[in-house]
Write a protein that binds this ligand. Structure first.
Ligand code: NCD
Length: 297
C-alpha cells in the first residue's frame, strides 16, 4: 500500500497509525531502538526544501532498523534533464523497500507510485496534500488534549497554498473535529466561506498557524513590515479569545513575527510546535511500519 492522500486511507488504517504512533512516541522518549524493519531500504527523494519532514522520515526509518538513503536532488541527474518518470524507473530498478517523495507538482507522488513496485509515501506534493503532517498533527492533538472528537480547530493563514491545511481539513473532521479555515481573502481558495482569523480563533481549542508561502505567490502580498501579524497573525491578544486551554500549533518552518508572535510560538504551556516535530518521528515510524508490514523480509 501507498500513503498518498488522506482520502485513500481507511478509518481503520488511520486509527492504527495514530495508536501505533502513540506507542512509538512513548518508546521514542526512552530512545529504545527496535529492529522491526532491519535490512529494509527507504529512499528519500525531496524535490523541495525540507528540514522536519526529510529528517523525520530518515530518523523514523533508522529507529525501526531500516536504512534511509537520501538522494540530493540538486546534485542528481534531475539537473541533467532526467524526467521524474525516468528517475522513478531508475530508482525502482534498485529495489528499495519504500520511497518517500516530496515534489512541487500536485500528483507527482501518485505518478511515481504507478511506476514503483515498492510503497510510496507522499511527503508533500505542491498545494495538494501532506498526509503524514496531518496524521502527526492529529496524534499531537490527541496526545495533549486526550481527544479530537468535538474540538474546534482553527487553521489560519495561507490556506490557498497549504497542503497541510488540505490534508488536515480532510482528516480532522473524520476524527470528529470542527475545522475552521481562515486567512487573508487573497490567500483563501475560491469557494471557501470568507471567515476572518478573529472569527476562527474565537473559542477554538486548537489554533494552527500556517506560513505565508511566498515562493508559491504570483504577486507579492505587498504588505508592510508588521502588517501581516497585526491583521492576520497569532498575537497574545488574539489567542486570548480562544478557549482558555487552547493550544498553538504550526507545521513549520515559522516566519516569526509574521504569522505568529515569537512569545506565542515559544509559550512553554501552550505551544505544541516542538511536540509536533517529536510526534512526527513516531507517526512516520507507524506509517513506514504499516506500508512495509505486508511483505516480511
Ligand atoms: C510544510 C510543508 O512543507 O508543506 N512544512 C512541513 O512539512 N512541516 C509547511 C510549509 O512549508 O509552510
Amino acid at each position: 500500500m501507498d500513503i498518498l492522500s488522506i482520502d485513500a486511507l481507511s478509518d481503520g488504517e488511520i486509527a492504527a497509525i495514530l495508536d501505533r504512533a502513540g506507542l512509538f512516541f512513548a518508546g521514542n522518549r526512552g530512545r529504545r531502538s527496535t529492529e522491526r524493519l532491519q535490512g529494509r531500504i527507504v529512499f528519500n527523494l525531496f524535490y523541495e526544501n525540507s528540514t522536519r519532514t526529510a529528517m523525520s522520515f530518515a530518523t523514523a526509518a533508522h529507529r525501526l532498523g531500516a536504512s534511509a538513503i537520501t538522494l540530493s536532488v540538486e546534485r542528481s541527474s534531475v539537473q541533467k534533464g532526467e524526467t521524474l518518470e525516468d528517475t522513478a524507473r531508475t530508482l525502482n530498478a534498485m529495489r528499495p523497500d519504500a520511497l518517500v517523495i516530496r515534489h512541487r507538482e500536485n500528483g507527482a507522488p501518485a505518478a511515481v507510485a504507478l511506476i514503483m513496485d515498492a510503497p510510496v509515501l507522499n511527503a508533500g506534493d505542491g498545494t495538494n496534500e501532506h498526509p503524514t503532517q496531518a496524521l502527526l498533527d492529529a496524534a499531537t492533538i490527541r496526545h495533549r488534549l486526550g481527544r479530537i472528537e468535538g474540538l474546534k480547530v482553527a487553521i489560519c493563514g495561507d490556506i490557498r497554498h497549504s497542503r497541510v491545511a488540505r490534508s488536515n481539513a480532510k482528516l480532522l473532521p473524520r476524527l470528529g473535529a470542527e475545522v475552521r479555515l481562515a486567512g487573508p481573502p487573497e490567500l483563501l481558495p475560491d469557494g471557501l466561506p470568507r471567515l476572518s482569523v478573529d472569527e476562527a480563533i474565537a473559542g477554538a481549542d486548537v489554533v494552527m498557524m500556517l506560513r505565508v508561502q511566498r515562493e508559491r505567490l504570483e504577486d507579492d502580498l505587498g504588505d508592510a513590515p508588521g502588517e501581516y501579524l497585526a491583521r492576520y497573525g497569532l498575537t497574545s491578544a488574539r489567542l486570548a479569545s480562544a478557549s482558555p486551554q487552547a493550544v498553538v500549533m504550526h507545521p513549520g518552518p515559522m516566519n516569526r513575527g509574521v504569522e505568529i508572535e515569537p512569545a506565542v510560538a515559544d509559550d512553554p504551556e501552550r505551544s505544541l510546535i516542538a511536540l509536533q516535530v517529536e510526534m512526527g518521528v513516531a507517526v512516520r515510524m507507524a506509517c513506514l511500519e504499516l506500508v512495509l508490514s505486508g511483505d516480511a523480509p
